[in-house]
Design a protein around this ligand. Structure first.
Ligand code: LLP
Length: 432
C-alpha cells in the first residue's frame, strides 16, 4: 500500500495504524475520519531530527496547522516539541485552549485584522510573519498600545514557480502573499520594519507552494533568500537571525507519486545553506520549515458506506457514498488524485470502473474518478479513501447542511474520539 501504516490481514480486512478499520467503523459509525497518532508523531520526528542534525539544535519545524486543526493535534505537537504555524484567530484559539506554548507559534496570513493582531499579541505570539507594510504598521501600533516589543519575520516572494497546481503556488512575484524581492518591495518593507519602535525584526520567511516534490525548489528558494539576507546586511546593516523556508514536502496520494526521503532532502538543503552562508560570509541563521501536509496526510483515511450504485450502460458507473465534497472537497477544487479501496476485501478479479461520488446535490460532488471497485459492490459495503489526513477535515463544510465527520485517533493503546460527530442540531445551532 502507499504507506506502511496501511496493511491487510490474510482474509482481506483493512488495518490502519494497527487498528481494524471495519471494527472502528462499527464502533463510531460511518462516515468517519481515522487518524494514526503514531504516524503523526513519526512524521514530526522525521522533520525534527533531520533539522536538528542538519542545521543544529535551534532549528525547529513548525507544524502548519491549516492542514488539520483541532485540539488534540496541538497537544500532540506540544508533546513532540514542535512549533506551529497558525493563520487565523480560530486556529490560535484552538491552540491556546490546550495551552500550546505560544512563544513557539508563528502567525501567518496575508490579511490579519486588527482583532487578530491584538489577540495574537495578547496570547504571547512568538512571531508574526508579516505580509505587507500596512500590516507591519498595524502590529507596531497595537504592540505599542500594549507597551510590548513584538518579534516579527517578513514574508518575501522569491519569484519561483514550484511546479505544483496553481491554487497552491505562492512563490511567484505576482502572488497575493508577501513582498516581492524582484520589485524592490522586499527591501522597502525591511527598511520600514527597522524603523518600527515596537517590533523586533528577526528575519525573513518565504513559502513557494504546497505538494512540492522537486527538492531543487527549496535549494533555489534558500539561494535567493540568502542572497537577499546578505544584501540587507550590506545595504542596511541588518543581521538576520532567523530564516523560515516555508511548507513541507509532497505526499503520496497514489502509487504514482514519488517516495520522498525527507531527511535526505533536509540534509541537502542544509549543506547548500551552509556553503552559501560561508561564501557570503553570513552566520547561518536559525532555520524554520513549516510542514503541514507531510505531517498529517498519510496519518489519515476516510471510511464511507456505499449507498446507490448506478450503472449507465455504455456510459459510466457511479458508486455513491454517505459523504462527499463536504468532507473532502479536494477533487472538486483541484482534481486531486486519491487511492480508494474496499475495507473488507482485496479487489476481486472482476472489477468495475466507476466514479466515487458524494451525496450533495451537485454534479461536481466527486471524490474520485476512474476508480476500480469490485463489480458486485453494493449498498452497505464500506470503502476507504487513503491519505486524507491533510486538508480534508480542515476544509470540510456543512454544504447541504451535512454534519461534519468525527475524527477517531488510533494509537498503541486503542482508539479514542478526537473530534465528535456533528449532529443536524449542531449544524442549525446558530440559526435564530
Ligand atoms: N506555510 C505556509 C505559509 C503555507 O501557506 C502553507 C500551505 C504551508 C506552510 C504548509 O504547506 P504543506 O507542508 O502543507 O505543503 N488546500 C490545499 C493546500 C493549501 C496550502 C496552503 N498553504 C490542498 O488541499 O492541497
Amino acid at each position: 500500500m502507499i504507506c506502511a501504516n496501511i496493511t491487510r490481514t490474510a482474509d482481506g480486512a483493512l488495518r490502519f495504524g494497527g487498528a481494524d478499520v471495519a471494527v472502528l467503523t462499527e464502533k463510531y459509525g460511518s462516515p468517519l475520519y481515522i487518524m494514526d497518532e503514531a504516524r503523526i508523531r513519526e512524521n514530526c520526528r522525521t522533520y525534527k531530527n533531520a533539522m536538528a542534525e542538519a542545521f543544529g539544535p535551534a532549528a525547529l519545524p513548525l507544524y502548519a496547522s491549516k492542514a488539520a486543526s483541532f485540539k488534540q493535534i496541538y497537544r500532540i505537537m506540544m508533546e513532540e516539541g514542535m512549533g506551529v504555524d497558525i493563520v487565523s484567530s480560530g486556529e490560535l484559539y484552538t491552540a491556546a485552549a490546550v495551552g500550546f506554548p505560544m512563544h513557539k507559534a508563528y502567525f501567518h496570513s496575508n490579511n490579519k485584522t486588527d482583532a487578530d493582531i491584538a489577540y495574537g499579541i495578547d496570547c504571547g505570539m512568538g512571531h508574526f510573519v508579516v505580509d505587507n507594510v500596512e500590516e507591519l504598521d498595524a502590529i507596531d501600533r497595537i504592540a505599542g498600545a500594549r507597551n510590548k516589543i513584538q518579534p516579527v519575520l517578513l514574508r518575501m516572494t522569491p519569484g519561483i514557480d514550484p511546479h505544483t497546481y496553481a491554487a497552491v503556488s505562492t512563490g511567484q512575484v505576482d502572488s497575493k502573499f508577501g513582498s516581492a524581492i524582484e520589485t524592490g518591495q522586499a527591501e522597502e518593507i525591511t527598511r520600514h520594519a527597522l524603523t518600527c519602535q515596537h517590533l523586533r525584526l528577526d528575519g525573513f520567511h518565504c513559502h513557494v507552494g504546497s505538494q512540492v516534490f522537486d527538492s531543487d525548489v527549496y535549494l533555489r528558494a534558500a539561494d535567493i533568500m540568502l542572497h537577499f539576507v546578505a544584501e540587507m546586511r550590506d545595504k542596511l546593516g541588518f543581521v538576520t537571525t532567523e530564516l523560515d523556508l516555508g511548507g513541507g514536502y509532497g505526499v503520496r496520494y497514489t502509487e504514482n507519486d514519488p517516495i520522498i526521503n525527507i531527511g535526505a532532502n533536509i540534509h541537502q538543503v542544509a549543506a547548500a545553506v551552509k556553503s552559501l552562508c560561508a561564501a557570503l560570509k553570513l552566520d547561518v541563521p536559525v532555520i524554520r520549515m513549516e510542514p503541514g501536509r507531510s505531517i498529517v496526510a498519510d496519518a489519515g483515511l476516510t471510511v464511507y458506506t456505499v449507498g446507490t450504485v448506478k450503472r449507465i450502460p455504455g456510459y459510466k458507473n457511479y458508486v455513491s457514498v454517505d459523504g462527499g465534497m463536504t468532507d473532502n472537497p479536494r477533487f472538486a477544487l483541484y482534481g486531486s488524485k486519491y487511492t480508494v479501496v474496499p475495507v473488507s476485501r482485496t479487489l476481486p478479479e472482476t472489477v468495475m470502473r466507476c466514479s466515487v461520488v458524494g451525496r450533495c446535490c451537485e454534479s461536481g460532488d466527486i471524490i474520485q474518478e476512474n476508480v476500480l471497485m469490485p463489480a458486485d459492490i453494493r449498498r452497505g459495503e464500506k470503502i476507504a479513501v487513503l491519505t486524507t489526513g491533510a486538508y480534508n477535515y480542515a476544509m470540510s463544510s456543512n454544504y447541504n447542511r451535512v454534519p461534519r465527520l468525527p475524527i477517531v485517533m488510533v494509537n498503541k493503546n486503542g482508539d479514542y474520539l478526537a473530534v465528535r460527530r456533528e449532529t443536524p442540531a449542531d449544524v442549525a445551532q446558530y440559526d435564530v
